[in-house]
Design a protein around this ligand. Structure first.
Ligand SMILES: O=c1[nH]cnc2c1ncn2[C@@H]1O[C@H](CO)[C@@H](O)[C@H]1O
Ligand SMILES: [Zn+2]
Length: 358
């Protein structure tokens, strides 16, 4: 197939993203406008194209900690109701434009309080923005929010309570994110226990900068239903020369229980969690029947889109539409949505969309 034909089916293919950070995916021009309005002078440049390149380069550091430093600029301009509404609406529009039919978009409400908003006001502004973006996209996309607690602060219990409070208004679940080293997920056990008590969904970033032990803690101590990244599960897998593999008990547990891995290849290359696309563990994990989903992590910071992640996988592994259908169905199956809504998305949107590509 020619490159143009590949690009065409990728664009048209229905996509689902479970791991996309609101504050990692702003339009560069929006950051610049919001910075002017707010009098924020910290941006490295006021040219949108240069700013996009700056983020990608600055994040391309080989270290998660340095990758995360770039978020100071995006969070700085996401402090008012109007700014949050705009960023959320544009996020939904941009994802829909890329063919995303279902998205769970996460952010940390505690990072948006500098201009006096309350946690509730932050969540309400973002939810309203998502509804506006869905409307502008003509209903082609469904967006749900995940509320993130930051690993290095002590507000996770509060954010868990906020999640439960807003769960019937567009918030689908909870997550923890931020620097992994020195901040194990069990520090936030009170938050996870609260969520369990209230039958609320959560995922945890784990197995990105720290190895399989952090995945073990996230799943077995904290009770995560999905794992953000999780690629270091390969620490618990031995691949023999003849291509066969032996899974340790943790890897078997994750696979056998169909715990979804929210894999974000480009982000992994930037933070040093993987070496290059060709050797990225996503292909091994897929062949071993893990529940693999493909995600952007941060569209601006990682300089990517769902279509570009698809393209990288086509180039590295020769995947055709049937593999992306598999990833998309896996993502919708693992979505924090009621079962009838997941079924409807798969039967009425995803499957027919892939059939029409053929
Ligand atoms: O891949 C990641 N690993 C860990 N933390 C992350 C990643 N991407 C973004 N954030 C962190 O999550 C916060 C809320 O969205 C962001 O501000 C960033 O600090
Ligand atoms: Zn992430």
């Amino acid at each position: 197939m020619s490159d143009n034909l590949v690009a065409d089916w990728i664009r048209r293919a229905p996509k689902a993203v479970l791991h996309d950070h609101l504050d990692g995916g702003l339009r560069p021009a929006t950051i610049i406008e919001l910075a002017r309005e707010r009098g924020y002078r910290g941006l490295p440049t006021e040219d949108p194209a240069e700013l996009a390149v700056w983020f990608r380069d600055a994040a391309n550091s080989g270290s998660l900690e340095r990758y995360l430093e770039t978020f100071a600029h995006t969070c700085a301009v996401m402090q008012t109701r109007d700014a949050l509404f705009r960023v959320a609406a544009e996020c939904a529009e941009d994802l829909a434009e890329d063919g995303v039919v279902y998205a769970e978009v996460r952010y940390a409400p505690e990072q948006h309080l500098e201009a006096g908003l309350t946690l509730d006001e932050v969540v309400e502004a973002v939810n309203a923005g998502f509804r506006e973006g869905e409307r502008r996209a003509g209903g082609r996309i469904t967006v749900r929010a995940l509320l993130t607690g930051m690993r290095h602060t002590d507000r996770s219990k509060e954010i868990a309570e906020l999640t439960v409070e807003h769960r019937d208004a567009g918030v689908a679940g909870f997550d923890i994110a931020g620097g992994e080293i020195g901040n194990p997920p069990a520090r936030h056990l009170a938050a996870f226990q609260y969520l369990k008590q209230h039958n609320c969904h959560f995922t945890i970033h784990a197995g990105e900068a720290v190895g399989a032990e952090s995945i073990h803690e996230a799943v077995q101590v904290c009770g995560a239903e999905r794992i953000g990244h999780g690629v270091r599960i390969t620490d618990d897998i031995v691949v023999h020369e003849d291509g066969t593999a032996r899974l340790g008990h943790l890897a078997s547990y994750i696979r056998d229980n169909r715990i979804a891995l929210e894999v974000c290849p480009t982000s992994n290359l930037q933070t040093g969690a993987a070496k290059d696309y060709d050797s990225h563990p996503i292909d091994l994990l897929r062949r071993l029947h893990f529940r693999v989903t493909l995600n952007t992590d941060n569209r601006l910071v990682s300089g990517t889109t769902m279509s570009q992640e698809f393209q990288h996988m086509v180039d590295a592994f020769g995947y055709g539409p049937e593999v992306f259908e598999e990833f998309t169905v896996a993502a919708v199956e693992a979505a924090f949505l009621p079962l009838p809504e997941r079924r409807r998305l798969i039967d009425e949107v995803v499957r027919p969309g892939y059939r029409s590509l053929a």
